[in-house]
Design a protein around this ligand. Structure first.
Ligand SMILES: Cc1cc2nc3c(=O)[nH]c(=O)nc-3n(C[C@H](O)[C@H](O)[C@H](O)COP(=O)(O)OP(=O)(O)OC[C@H]3O[C@@H](n4cnc5c(N)ncnc54)[C@H](O)[C@@H]3O)c2cc1C
Length: 334
């Protein structure tokens, strides 16, 4: 059994200072904030995460969903997934986010899971979660068991020879289509990062999944003001109707005006090593009259760089169909 220190923080400054102190005192020892604990505690039980210091942030005043001065919405880092999904402003102005959250996990998990914890949830790749197997993400330099092993659930976009693990989140796909910004606080400064720049593809360093520095805390996520007249949809395809991660998903934010697509954002889940913004699909769609042939061309463009493995070639066609269907649904509700 590994021992660790557990500390409760009551202010953001205190949480960040506690983490910084521990990083210095223990020469870079792993420090983890715990929010809902639905990812972290699981991974600690599996010996995948072995932090020396845990800082409980559940008492921080970061659980609100409130309007931003710019006319958007601020989701506190500790806002529970259920509270965000059922928030009236989210349902009215950002339905894609509500739909994505409600498609994930179970009601009990969503009651605990938080906005920031969801952003930082780890891959469900079985080799990452099983310490008996090699995994470059868990232990850099050991190899990737998934490439020659079971890879049906894994990514076809953004992969590398060192890692093909999928980012499993539904929330993050919707936030990508909504062009959310992530607010971060460190011991010395605060920064804001657009979600597209927050996640990293694995390359040769799959253990580095995002640009968060050790000891930095996420304080909130900001949604830009909704674009008037847009419709948004989240479509998730999976092996069973509930309590299952996506094989392929699509988040669409679309505005059709004068018979043409005037604003379009397309993000994909279940197929990428990070929540996958498809600029290629958007380029095909923007400015054109929406119809099935156009949607199919957009879906082809979105998957043109897909690199399937031994068991997941089906995901390429599944993802294409998911995109076409989600675009069709978004047009119908226009
Ligand atoms: C059985 C099961 C099924 C699931 N199904 C789905 C699904 O279908 N779709 C889906 O999207 N998700 C699913 N999930 C994942 C679930 O959504 C995540 O576990 C949850 O969102 C994590 O949030 P949390 O607050 O519990 O995070 P925690 O476990 O508390 O933390 C997760 C990570 O984030 C870090 N962290 C948390 N808050 C902060 C912060 N403010 N700043 C910096 N770091 C922070 C922690 O240190 C940790 O590394 C499932 C989980 C389980 C267990």
């Amino acid at each position: 059994m590994d021992s660790f220190t557990f500390t409760r923080s009551t202010t953001v400054d205190q949480a960040v200072q506690l983490a910084a102190k521990s990083l210095t005192a223990q020469q870079g020892a792993q420090v983890r904030f715990v929010a809902g604990g639905t990812t972290l505690v699981d991974l600690m039980k599996l010996n995948v995460e072995r932090p020396r210091e845990i800082v409980d942030i559940n008492s921080l005043p970061l659980d609100r969903v409130e309007p931003s001065p710019a006319g958007g919405l601020i989701l506190g880092a500790l806002a529970r997934n259920s509270d965000v999904a059922h928030n009236a402003a989210v349902i009215r102005d950002y339905p894609v986010l509500s739909q994505a959250l409600l498609s994930g996990a179970s009601p009990q998990l969503r009651n605990m899971a938080t906005t920031a914890g969801n952003l930082l949830q780890r891959t469900r790749c079985v080799y990452f979660r099983d310490t008996a197997h090699a995994c470059n993400k868990r232990e850099p330099g050991t190899g990737c068991s998934a490439i020659t092993g079971h890879n049906r659930m894994l990514a076809v976009l953004g992969t590398s020879k060192d890692c093909i693990a999928t980012n499993p989140s539904d929330q993050n796909v919707a936030l990508t289509a909504l062009e959310a910004t992530i607010q971060i606080q460190g011991p010395k400064n605060k920064r804001s990062i657009p979600i597209h720049d927050f996640y990293l593809v694995p390359g040769s360093t799959p253990h580095i999944e995002n640009v968060l520095r050790p000891g930095e805390i996420i304080t909130s996520v900001t949604l830009p003001p909704p674009v008037a007249g847009t419709n948004s949809t989240y479509l998730k395809l999976r092996d069973r109707a509930a309590y299952e991660f996506a094989l392929a998903s699509a988040a669409i934010v679309m505005k059709v005006s004068g018979g043409r697509i005037q604003h379009i954002r397309v993000a994909l889940g279940g197929v990428g090593t990070k929540p996958w913004r498809s600029f290629e699909a958007e380029k095909v769609l923007e400015g054109h009259a929406p119809d099935r042939a156009l949607f199919q061309r957009a879906a082809e463009a979105a998957l043109k760089d897909a690199r399937p493995q031994s068991e997941n070639a089906f995901k390429v066609e599944l993802s294409r169909r998911c995109i076409v269907r989600a675009l069709t649904m978004s047009t119908k509700s226009a």
